[in-house]
Ligand binder design. Structure first.
Ligand code: PMM
Length: 255
């Protein structure tokens, strides 16, 4: 899954694809580099970020998805809003990626069920403005699995049939929480197919002596190999070529 943030303020690519035209060009490039899905988002979720309006988010993502879908690019929409998810799927998106796992908008799960598309339910404890104050766990792996399991129950009750779970690396998590979750991907996999979104995140910068986000792609690729080895459903990355190459190497070795 290649990241396409149509935002001025995302932590690593904010402003890079902030217009509809530049975003479409970049989405086509991600597909050419090997992305199976291009994940189009119009709201930054970096720690401390403020929310954008529904109209602004809609205007950022829907035209991009429509144009990419017309070019045959498989798109997901990265949104916490049911109305944006519905418009995006109508425009051609084939999956809804919700970092709140249905908690931010009570209409999300019934809407996804009615749309009949697969759904990514990420572990989430609150909006970006203050989420890091919620990074408190006695046993992060057990608690994230339990909270995701509740989201799966909510999905099932709403009629969402096809759900991928995501531990929400960096969302209400310290660096050590992220490492714990990555050490225990097998426990997440007991819940269902797993998506990992570690790309360029701050815990990698901490490991790499404070390196800025664009210098974290090799470390991200290393985690893609770990995810492939563990049998994850997918990884959500900025540098698609590195991860796609790594998966090809891993597949070749596996035979
Ligand atoms: N991370 C970000 C945004 N969307 N979606 C899923 N499913 N998992 C993630 O970890 C995730 C996400 C934030 O990263 P970005 O600002 O680089 O897009």
């Amino acid at each position: 899954m290649g990241v396409l943030n149509v935002t001025p303020d995302s932590f690593s690519d904010g402003g890079d694809h902030a217009t509809v035209d530049t975003a479409i060009v970049f989405g086509l490039r991600l597909r050419a580099l090997g992305a199976d899905l291009v994940d189009v988002g119009g709201e930054s979720t970096r720690p401390g970020a403020q929310r954008v309006s529904l109209d602004e988010e809609h205007a950022r993502v829907v035209p991009v998805i429509e144009a990419l879908a017309q070019e045959g690019v498989c798109c997901s929409v990265d949104t916490m809003r049911a109305a944006v998810a519905e418009a995006a799927v109508t425009a051609g998106a084939t999956l809804v990626n919700d970092v709140s796992g249905g908690l931010a908008d009570p209409a999300m799960l019934p809407t996804v069920a009615a749309l009949g598309v697969p759904y990514v339910a990420m572990h989430w404890r609150g909006h970006a403005a203050d989420m890091q104050s919620r990074a408190s766990y006695d046993d992060v792996v057990t608690e994230v699995c339990a909270e995701l399991s509740q989201r799966l129950d909510a999905c099932a009750a709403a009629g969402v049939a096809d759900v991928v779970v995501d531990p929400g690396i960096g969302f209400a998590k310290t660096a050590e929480h992220n490492w714990q979750l990555l050490r225990h991907v097998d426990r997440l996999q007991a819940l269902g197919p797993v998506l990992l979104g570690s790309s360029r995140k701050a815990f990698l910068g901490t490991l790499l002596d404070g390196r800025p986000p664009v210098g974290r792609d090799a470390a991200t690729t290393a985690l893609t190999v770990v995810a492939a080895q563990a049998g994850c459903w997918g990884v959500r990355v900025h540098d698609v070529q590195g991860s796609a190459d790594a998966v090809r190497v891993w597949e070749q070795l596996r035979g």
